[in-house]
Design a protein around this ligand. Structure first.
Ligand code: ATR
Length: 286
């Protein structure tokens, strides 16, 4: 089968997001605003793709000449087998959230971890080198973030997880990259006084359970940076309690915005208008 040309520079750029369900995705409105702000002609559309349709849908990227797509739940792992190439960012996490089509050759990236670190540096912690970071949770999100944190910065990471074994296993996977250790949640009080940054990667505190916090907020101290991947609510109880105690806070919305910013930049070669992207999401959450 021949592919439509993906030389998007001379025609409308076609982009989208594949998921099931997809109606809740904020990516179309965010990327639509970014395209408009830069005067790029094209569209970013929501694509409702069930698991059984994924292979055909990926082939359709080539056939229809899409420049790229985002991939969301439940396809982030399954989509890997349909890629021609996988970037290291996707291999490390074992999941793809961004596909780039170069003349029919599909490359899978994962921009969640690098998006998170870029947002953390831009919004809360410009100097990451030499910091001590407590990561709560040891799932896929934690893996991507730790990989991105260790990529360019000499820093110390402690992973705390409900299932301690998973924290230790994840720490072992990064042994060659830096000082990473794994602990159980009960050990957090002993370690937290030395920490500069606390990052919640679990779903604890997410709507509708907004009273919950992954750790006792009394452990947070003035001067710490407290970061939460959750963006519904925009500010979790962990963040509001941290703010009360003089911590600098960093919410999950920025991770979402910056993972999208990387994808946008891979597709268009242009700097993403992150402030416009963020404001668009805030307006549509209101
Ligand atoms: P993701 O890809 O978003 O990281 P995941 O791989 O399912 O999702 O990982 C979820 C993480 O949140 C895990 O570290 C999980 O802890 P366990 O390994 O013990 O399951 C953590 N988590 C989820 N719900 C939690 C809760 N109620 N309390 C503490 N940790 C929780």
């Amino acid at each position: 089968m021949t592919s439509a040309s993906s030389d998007y520079r001379n025609k409308d750029i076609l982009l989208g997001v594949m998921g099931d369900p997809i109606v809740q995705s904020k990516s179309p409105v965010m990327h639509g605003a970014a395209l408009k702000a830069l005067g790029i002609s094209g569209a970013y559309v929501p694509l409702h793709i069930t698991p059984g349709q994924l292979g055909e849908a990926i082939q359709a990227i080539r056939t229809l000449g899409f420049r790229g797509v985002n991939v969301t739940i439940p396809h982030k792992v399954a989509v890997m087998e349909y890629m021609d190439r996988l970037d290291d960012s996707a291999l490390i996490v074992g999941a793809v959230n961004t596909v780039v089509n170069d003349d029919g050759v599909l490359t899978g990236y994962n921009t969640d971890g690098i998006g998170y670190v870029r947002s953390l540096k831009a919004e809360a912690a410009p100097e990451l080198s030499g910091t001590r970071v407590l990561v709560i949770g040891a799932g896929g999100a934690a893996r991507g973030i730790i990989a991105a944190l260790l990529e360019d910065h000499p820093l110390e990471v402690i992973i705390a997880n409900r299932t301690e074994d998973k924290a230790k296993q994840l720490a072992a996977a990064f042994q060659s990259k830096g000082a990473v250790s794994g602990i159980g949640m009960d050990e957090i009080p002993a370690h937290i006084p030395g920490m500069d940054i606390v990052i919640n990667t679990t779903s604890v505190g997410m709507y509708p359970h907004t009273d919950a916090t992954p750790i006792d907020p009394a452990l947070l101290r003035e001067g710490m940076i407290v970061s939460d991947l959750i963006y519904n609510p925009l500010h979790t109880r962990l963040l509001t309690e941290g703010q009360k105690r003089g911590c600098r806070i960093h919410g999950g919305l920025d991770m979402f915005v910056y993972q999208g910013a990387y994808a946008f930049e891979y597709w268009t070669g242009r700097s993403a208008p992150v402030d416009i992207m963020r404001q668009t999401i805030i307006d549509c959450l209101r």
